[in-house]
Design a protein around this ligand. Structure first.
Ligand code: AMP
Length: 411
């Protein structure tokens, strides 16, 4: 089925065509007809499935004509996502006169006030800054017809649900509400009951599965060789663009320095960076000026960065969902990508939790030519593969080494 069958307005269809979309993705196939009918929709699709267009195209069609006051509200957990969704709306609406305002914190009010004064039809924002505008009376939601709660589970993680409720209380009850979330924990369920009317749930693929086009590999290594392994991995892999995920801002800065010293063109993305620095990092990465983006989970959540060929987890994520979100940066919209995870001994438990979560085991790999130090992981690996009988206990087992003889490297 083509986009032309959905009953989208001709100018919006033209925008879709200009974006180069030919066939709708599964979430678009299922969500667009329901949203066009006026139904409330819960979408449990992940990022990278085309969910932005799934909600944006029906909203733009049903808004019909610009009226000069906010009628559609899209709530996003992070500024980057808000900026990205605003860009998507602008792209789809490029042959229309709709005005779009994007409201997020960390920047001045000037441009946002201008956008609101010129009469925006669509407001995309993060909860904190939007509440500021509501309290100052600079934005009004009393004529909102469409609400989208995007990445609702991340809004919950970030403690935004009370703000989301306050915002929804300012919107008319008679409206269309859609909610997108990779998981539906009880708090979101409560929000759904309160904020939505007879919603239809759309689940695309297994809720937990990472993009199927991604190849996964785990690289076990001793703690003191993590940096060397990362550098060697980047040397050996043919990549176009790679995101390296770290557990903390501090570690992200340290890894970025390491890569810079090794002559990689590196940008860093975490929440201690100013909005301007974050925008520069993202723009430079998208343009190809930086080949490596080092990021923390919160900063990178849901970002649509096209053509990321590789994701490297410098640190194993502590929450299995974060693995799926990180991996979602690659293999987006049917492209293939590789996802590498560097694992040290203390990560073994988290790695197993990830494998249980995604319902498959991930191959342990060894970098050819890398001078491995011994780690208990190597024995554990033999156990996994049944090379040595017995259980993996975390106790050093006798026998040879799965990764070859242990050698201490002289520094
Ligand atoms: P999203 O899940 O909305 O972040 O979209 C992920 C990526 O897929 C974005 O780069 C979109 O521009 C792209 N995309 C969305 N829908 C389609 C489609 N029907 N055909 C091709 N690309 C698409």
């Amino acid at each position: 089925m083509a986009f032309s069958k959905f009953g989208l307005s001709p100018s919006i269809l033209k925008g879709v065509k200009a974006m180069g979309y030919v066939d709708p993705t599964p979430i678009q196939l299922r969500a667009i007809p329901l949203l066009m009918e006026g139904r409330d929709v819960i979408g449990s699709a992940q990022t990278g499935t085309g969910k932005t267009a799934a909600f944006a195209l029906p909203i733009l069609t049903r808004l019909d004509q610009p009226k000069g006051f906010p009628r559609a509200l899209i709530l996003e957990p992070t500024r980057e996502l808000a900026a990205q969704v605003e860009t998507a709306f602008r792209d789809f609406a490029r042959f229309t006169q709709f005005q779009i305002a994007v409201l997020y914190g960390g920047v001045g009010y000037g441009r946002q006030l201008d956008a609101l004064k010129t009469g925006s039809d669509i407001v995309v924002g993060t909860p904190g800054r939007l509440l500021d505008h509501l309290q100052r009376g600079t934005c009004k939601l009393d004529r909102i017809e469409f609400v989208v709660l995007d990445e609702a589970d991340r809004m919950l993680d970030m403690g935004f649900l009370p703000d989301v409720r306050r915002i929804l209380e300012r919107c008319p009850r008679h409206r269309q509400t859609s909610l997108f979330s990779a998981t539906i924990p009880p708090e979101i369920e409560t929000l759904i009951q309160w904020a939505m009317r007879k919603p239809e749930t759309i689940e695309i693929g297994a809720r937990r599965a990472p993009a199927e086009t991604v190849r996964h590999a785990v690289y076990p290594v001793a703690e003191d060789q993590k940096n060397d392994l990362l550098l060697t991995l980047l040397d050996q892999v043919q990549y176009d663009s790679v995101i390296v995920f770290c557990r903390t801002k501090h570690r992200a800065d340290r890894v970025a320095q390491l890569l810079k010293r090794a002559n990689h063109a590196v940008a860093v993305l975490h929440s201690n960076r100013t909005q301007r620095e974050r925008e520069q990092a993202l723009r430079g990465f998208r343009d190809g000026r930086f080949e490596v983006l080092v990021a923390t989970d919160i900063a990178a959540r849901g970002l649509d960065i096209a053509d990321v060929s590789h994701v490297v987890n410098y640190d194993v994520p502590q929450h299995p969902e974060d693995y799926v979100h990180r991996i979602g940066r690659t293999g987006r919209a049917q492209a293939t990508g590789d996802a590498f995870t560097i694992m040290v001994t203390e990560d073994a438990r988290h790695m197993e939790a990830i494998e249980r979560f995604i319902g498959r085991s991930i191959e342990r790999c060894k970098l050819p030519g890398f001078d491995y130090h011994y780690t208990i992981l190597m024995d554990a690996e033999k156990q996994r593969r049944g090379i040595v009988p017995g259980r993996v206990t975390g106790v050093r087992l006798s026998g040879g080494y799965f990764f070859g003889p242990a050698k201490r490297r002289r520094r």
